[in-house]
Write a protein that binds this ligand. Structure first.
Ligand code: PLP
Length: 385
């Protein structure tokens, strides 16, 4: 991390890490270095350590330093998507015959990557609920399990896993704890400080925050681990381009402000839904009746912007509600300033239909944006009828 930021708060790091005003122009924001190669002063005479933009690019470097600084870590890596980051991590850490414990309600794309891609290369996986430390311990195959993979909160059921306890279980077995921190964001949750070894982000979501870029990140503190990941990032090449890096970097500067407002608005939406007669269950870690509420209160700064709920009337009613909102746009993804509504069973989680990861048909997932809260609630009230 930049020395001038030692001890600085999250918001200060978000704005000042990774880049200082350009010495020649004074530009306070890193330019989009749209260049593939760099002139050398004699063979091997690199000016800023830059040689070729797959290996490193100054705009991406600024983003990678900021990602690291925000997780209190030494090393950040930016990728073309969250799944590109995950794929690189799998190849950096696993070989044929190795095994990974996955959340039993993992992000659909993560599950597909393990189930349909990694399996072909001999990397095995088995599911365990992140809420149950004993079940995770039981799913570990001694000598073979390389990673215990955790999402918390999970998607779309917003279950909470105890990062500290899961890190101990993974480490006892000689495995690494990987935490997908996409739903919480670095602002709400700091997995490395709780004992995790690797943090994964889809920066497409809260990190970017404006639904205008697809990206991913890996953040680690350990130097040897960073070297392996860096080698694989360059060897595989799924890197974030300079413009995408610039967009995510711009998003990160307001992450703290946005997460505060996402959390404010989601708490109000969850309260409203919990009192609505057409709603059978509200799933939000900020509600006292959520099974992970106490744990979330300990390991998260606030409860975030994602709210899931189930409706009376089954799938048909859920689909009708998804089609009836207007402040909430019907669409996949999450974490942008605008509110989104979706039906996981038919949309984001369609690929897990018929498996253990199938989600209830009457489930609706909201990504509560930062619009005026009253407008969000009025929109839901109209749609619920
Ligand atoms: C979106 C998402 C991913 C995948 O990221 P992409 O940027 O879409 O490749 C991984 N994990 C979680 C929790 C996500 O929400």
């Amino acid at each position: 991390m930049d020395e001038h930021l030692d001890g600085a708060g999250f918001e200060t790091r978000a704005i000042h890490a990774g880049y200082r005003p350009d010495p020649t122009t004074g530009a306070v924001i890193p330019p989009i270095y749209a260049t593939s190669t760099y002139a050398q002063d004699g063979v091997g005479g690199l000016r800023g350590g830059y040689e070729y933009s797959r290996s490193a690019n100054p705009t991406r470097t600024a983003l990678e330093s900021t990602l690291a600084a925000l997780e209190g870590a030494a090393h950040g890596f930016a990728f073309a998507s969250g799944l590109a980051a995950e794929d690189t991590l799998i190849r950096a850490l696993c070989k044929p015959g190795d095994h990974v414990v996955l959340p039993n309600d993992a992000y659909g794309g993560t599950f597909r990557l393990f189930d349909k891609v990694a399996t072909v290369w001999g990397i095995e996986h088995s599911p365990a609920p992140v809420t149950d430390v004993d079940a995770v311990r039981a799913a570990i195959r001694p000598g073979a399990t390389r990673m215990v993979w955790v999402e918390t909160p999970t998607n779309p059921l917003l279950s909470i896993g105890d990062i500290e306890a899961l890190a101990a279980v993974a480490h006892d077995a000689g495995a690494l704890l990987v935490v997908d921190n996409t739903f919480a964001s670095s602002y709400l949750q700091q997995p490395l400080a709780l004992g995790a070894d690797v943090v994964v982000h889809s920066t497409t979501k809260y990190a970017g925050g404006h639904s205008d870029v697809v990206g991913g990140a890996l953040v680690v503190d350990d130097d040897a681990l960073a070297e392996r990941i860096g080698f694989h990032q360059n060897s595989i090449g799924g890197v974030a381009g300079p413009f995408d890096s610039w967009l995510v970097l711009r998003g990160l500067k307001t992450l703290a402000l946005r997460m505060e407002r996402h959390s404010d608005n989601a708490e109000k939406v969850a309260d409203f839904l919990a009192r609505h007669p057409a709603v059978s269950q509200v799933i939000y870690p900020g509600l006292p009746d959520h099974p992970g509420h106490a744990l979330a209160s300990r390991q998260m700064r606030r409860y975030g912007g994602m709210v899931s709920f189930r409706v009376k009337g089954g799938e048909e009613q859920a689909l009708a509600i998804c089609a009836a909102t207007s402040v909430f746009t019907l669409g996949e993804s999450l974490g942008g300033v605008e509110s989104l509504i979706e039906h996981p069973g038919r949309m984001t989680h369609a690929s897990v239909a018929g498996t253990d990861l199938e989600v209830p048909a009457d489930l609706i997932r909201l990504s509560v944006g930062i619009e005026t809260s009253e407008d969000q609630i009025a929109d839901l009230e109209r749609a619920l009828g």
